[in-house]
Design a protein around this ligand. Sequence first.
Ligand code: ATP
Length: 514
Amino acid sequence: MAQQDDVFKKIVSHAKEYGFVFPSSDIYDGLSAVYDYGQNGVELKNNIKRYWWDAMTLLHENIVGIDSAIFMHPTIWKASGHVDAFNDPLIDNRDSKKRYRADVLIEDHLAKIDDKINKEIAKAAKRFGDAFDEAQFRATNARVLEYQAHRDELHNRFATAMNANDLEALRQIIIDEEIVCPISGTKNWTEVRQFNLMFKTEMGSTADGAMSVYLRPETAQGIFVNYLNVQKTGRMRIPFGIAQIGKAFRNEIVARQFIFRMREFEQMEMQFFVRPGEELKWFAQWKEWRLKWHKALGMGDEKYRYHDHDKLAHYANAATDIEFLMPFGFKEVEGIHSRTNFDLSQHEKFSGKKIQYFDPELNENYTPYVIETSIGVDRMFLSVLCSSYEEETLPGGDTRVVLHLPAPLAPVKCAVLPLVRKDGLPEKAREIVDDLKFDFATHYEEKDAIGKRYRRQDAIGTPFCITVDHQTLEDNTVTLRERDSMEQTRVNIADLHRLIHDRVSLASLLRKLK
Ligand code: ATP
């Protein structure tokens, strides 16, 4: 774990050193859980968003996009339930004065019990070798059975307390399990309280009678309140979806782990409207499609898993997370929820407007059911960064830091490097840049030795370096160096476009999805 923490720290400092992510308001020592994206970060982030947007709107002819405002009528948040119930259970440790989410403390504790079970299994697997039968060991080993029974009982208590919003019961679990504060090591806990995560501000001057408004905590409501507009103007027929990318704001109690949990972040959400009764079929379909989207990036199928929810929101009838293996464990990157007709019905009730769909095939009116897919851009960014980062030892004993970014997501697609800064090589290199720059993000660099320049491009994940040398002037060939293998091949300038395009185009990624 300590080693993993170490790697994570290195990734965070790499992100800053190479212009991916800076702490917000850096010269004022930062602002907690708020970050800025730098010159390379913004490109990577835009490419992630483009991959999602195109996968939704180009590959599905029944999905369209919108861009709704961050400020919305405050009654929307009453209708959606956010004013009354968008809370986290908060607990303080009196000694360290640190604040925690009570549910997270308990979840971490459950994960520790899982670790103990897994350790027993790993030990036994080593002892028995090929003859090891994990299922049998789990069913018979006294220690594992004891851990498992304890875990199951605790898990039940936890799920019951969460579903009933029973704060006292949550606190009792923390006391009974003797969970200590990771900072002070003590069990000196306060009561558990509910904490609303929405940021509130005032709109209009006081003379006008200012109105309290919220910074939206999710983009989804902007889609629901535009359902009628889009359905009517786009003449959409069910099933159809509306996609949106935009900022969301949550006053998170504990914001940590870099851009994993931020107070200002970005979401990519799609609400898919279906016939009542068909929602679970579509839920299963979207679960499969979304995982395929992640896996197409080639970061390793074993790094993903589904996590079905124990606690369903009162309006949901199925929910799952897609989790990704971060350096700090499997963590939620995307949520897929079957939200029934809750949101549209609530808006119908609170707005007094009829929000229904006339289904010509069934010849009836109904309130559509909704499947939601909701992914955080920043968490996706973090998963890409973490799985791409490698400190590689090369055959000669040299080391390099390389980002094995999926090529279509890389901020820079190719760098054009004249071997020396004379003899007409820079001019020739510029000619190549002037040709490629219309299709690919292309860098020109002439400073420092060529090896150093290669390293700099490796560190930002540039898939190709093109080196212009004296031979280029004679026969119009260059060396094309590939980031991961570091292999260099002599190619014709006329072939560059095709060779690069084959690897870096977003279309190549999108084709894997169908
Ligand atoms: P968590 O349990 O981690 O707080 P959540 O279940 O509340 O997340 P959702 O409301 O389902 O999250 O939001 C959908 C997605 O938005 C999440 O899967 C995540 O990628 C992203 N997200 C949510 N909160 C944050 C945050 N504070 N910072 C960055 N991304 C976030």
